[in-house]
Each structure stands twice: as structure tokens, then as C-alpha cells.
Ligand binder design. Sequence first.
Ligand code: CTP
Length: 412
Amino acid sequence: MVERTPWGNGIGIAGKKILFGVTGGIASYKAAYYCRGLKGFGAEVSPVLTENARRFVTELTFSALSGVHATTGADAFDPGNPFHHIDLPRWADLFVICPATANFIGKAAAGIADDLLSTMLLAYRGGAIFFPAMNGAMYENPAVKRNIETLTSLGHTVVEPESGPMACGEEGRGRLVSFDAFIHAIQSALLPKPLKQKKVLITAGPTREPIDPVRYISNRSSGKMGFELAWAAKSLGASVVLVSGPTCLSPPKVDEFVSVETAEEMLNAVKMHKDRMDCIIMAAAVADFTPRERLAKKLKKDAVGGMGLALSLQETTDILDYILKNRSTKQCIVGFSAETGDLVKNALKKIEKKPVDIMVANNVTEPGAGFDVDTNKVTLIMGKTKEIEELPIMHKADVALRILHKVAEVLN
Ligand code: CTP
């Protein structure tokens, strides 16, 4: 059974055969945990350690975590099987190098095969995924940059390391990516591409409706669900436009990122792109009301004079409603229904008013669902058939994949 973890269910990973190359950097201690995570998601993992990796971590660690013999350089000369360097790459669905040192990246870029792992890479017919980890100055070195470009041009994927404090005491870009980002990259590589050549627009986050230059009305949306939808759509092969209200998140890699603040700005961005889209997903928590008047200067407390303050609000345009009234029938339109009770009843009522192809309903008051958490618990309702599918609590990345798979069914 796939282990449920706080970081996700890892859709796409179960049953896959992953060749897990470990090279000699300090981040190899994290790689042990990542190897365990892949196993937890149901993958078969076969670790291979370079001689330098063995100075940081042992093959016993990786054998115990993967449940199979962790291969090392010594196996290259095993008279019982002199073909490890061919057998394992032939067996693998995916070849991962984690961490990838500057030295290994350089060897791979040059096609050097002077040990078992680098030989395996040459014997692998697909593109591998490299997770570089090294000191920031090393990562910025033009030789390393050039080697990474070469790897990309050879069809490999290189996942950019993160910025932050490193084991050497310096700050910079060079930290091995987080487990969450690691799993996202593995899923992207393994997932089928049913949305290839499809264009998907996703709205995310809250909107902010200014009262004066320092105050605004907004809501608790973090943008996480919308950002995971953008990642999932890209991972399934779509080209993605992400229109987002203000969030604290760094945007996923999409084809176009449009940053907006107000409901009106979001409407204008959607209007600009909507006609060339195959699918539009309105995941944003758009403000239903905005101040009738926007003050040019800060409203002073004294000016209100202890009388309390009544704000006069007017309704914003319902963007989803606008899209539905101006849609092409070929498009797949997805709406969200954020509720605090009577989930299915209220969502069905919303479909009457806004006839979407898919409605994603969630009770935002349930633990592990809704705003500002990594997980969500949603019910999918198909607009035409009213077929209802209640999903268990899942990481938002996996919820997003389930939604996008439904989109692919509607479009294909
Ligand atoms: N929506 C929109 N524009 C708005 C308000 C909502 O496009 N001005 C979209 C949301 O992005 C979501 C769907 O409409 O996809 C439903 O939003 P929700 O807030 O759940 O419902 P409302 O229709 O606003 O109704 P209520 O707030 O009364 O539940």
C-alpha cells in the first residue's frame, strides 16, 4: 500500500522502477531519506553509490531503505554478473542522480564513463534527472553552468537547487531541493502527457480590494491549490498561463505568469487569454465585493471620530460567470465551490447558476482541507452527468493531478 505522508500520495510513482544514483556530496545524507520516500510511494528503488558517496553514507543505509542490494563500484567487477552497468539502466523506468556533484555533472556532460554510475548513465537510453547540490560559488562557476546546459541539450533534466544556508556555512544557491520539490520533479518525469498541446489557464490565490493606499479587503486563500494545479497541468504536458493574486509562494515554472491584485485586474487578464484556451480553471478566491470608493490618501482614525466605520461595497464581476457566458463549447471550464456546510447540495446549486464542466467542491472548515494547508479534501462533480466523486484527504499536488486527469477526459 502507498504510504500516506504529510507531503503527498505521490500519484504516478507507485510500481515504477527507479535507478537512484548517489554521488559524493554532503547532501547524500538527505538522499537517503528521499530514497526512502520513493519506496514509501510504492516505487522499486535500486540505489547505486559512487566511491565518493560511500565516504559520506554507506551502502548498508541505502540497502536497508530500498530493500535491495545497493550497488557500488565493487559490483562492476563481480564475476557473478559482469553486466550490472547494462542490466540496471535497461531495467529502470527512470534514472535519478541525487545529489549530483559538480564533478559528476562534468563527467556526464563530457560522456566520461570511468566508474560504475557514469557508465550506467551512458548505457541508459532515456534522459536522467539530476538534482545538483554543491557550494554556491561552485554552482555559479561558468564551467558548471556550461556543463548543466550541455546535460539539458543532451535530453537530461536538471532541477535547479534551492537558495539558503549550506553545510559549508555559506548562503547561496546550491542546496539540494526539498523533498516536496524532489517528488514533484519525479512525478513530472513519470506522468503520462494527456494534455500535450492543450492550453490551460489557471487562476490562483486571493484578490485584494483596496480601501485606501494601506488597507484592503481580502480572504484567506494562500494560492497553494492554484499553484499545484499549474504544476500538475505542466506535468501532464499542457502549456500553462497562471493568473495569480498576491501570495507568499514562488510561482511554479509555467509558460506565462500574470500577477494581479484586484478582481478587476484578474478579470482583465482572463479576458485577454480566454479565447485561445482549451481549459480554464477558476481556483482563485475572487472577492465578491469591492469598496465602492478607493481613497487616494490614508483614511485617518480621527476623521471617523469614534463613530465606527461603515464601508460601502459593490459587487465585482463574477469572472467564472463571464467565462461561461462567453465560452466556446469545446472548452473545459472548471469551477471551485468553497463551502462551510451542505457541500454537495450547495455545489449542485452553484452548477445550476454556473454550468461548469467540472465543479470542485470543498468544505473549507474540515481539518486538512481549504485554506493555507498542504492538503485538501474535495468532491468532484461532473457538470453534465452530475456524477459525484468524493476524494480522500490528499496533498494538494495529488488533488490537482486528479482534477487535471478529469479535464483530460473531458477534452480528449
Ligand atoms: N468566482 C469568480 N468571480 C467572482 C467570485 C467567484 O470567478 N467574483 C468563481 C470562483 O473562482 C469559483 C466559483 O466562482 O470558481 C465559485 O466561487 P465561490 O466563492 O465558492 O461562490 P460564489 O459563486 O461567489 O457564491 P457564494 O460566495 O455565495 O458561495
